[in-house]
Design a protein around this ligand. Structure first.
Ligand SMILES: [Zn+2]
Length: 89
């Protein structure tokens, strides 16, 4: 699999470290233990398009959000996590 980094261009997946699902909402500090367990351990694991965080450790060292189809591993979009965060503000 190859990932097109918005900063470095197309690179082998070996240069990236996957971190997990993107877009998780961290519970409030006063949330219940059940809410924290869900946040830390439970994932939907759905078939289809899925956003994941990747760290480009072998390149620009940026955090990226990679949207890929979990059935085919086809990548639909790669954006810098910082850009997506700034757009949401
Ligand atoms: Zn990069």
């Amino acid at each position: 699999m190859r990932i097109v980094c918005p900063h470095c261009g197309e690179r082998p997946v070996d240069e990236f470290v996957p971190y997990g699902a993107a877009g998780l909402k961290r519970p409030d500090a006063s949330a219940s233990t059940s809410d924290w367990l869900d946040y830390v351990y439970l994932r939907d694991n759905k078939a289809g398009m899925h956003g994941e965080l990747f760290y480009h450790v072998g390149g620009c060292r940026a955090w990226l959000i990679v949207t890929r189809d979990t059935r085919t591993h086809a990548i639909a979009e790669v954006v810098a996590a910082r850009d997506q965060r700034d757009a949401a503000r």
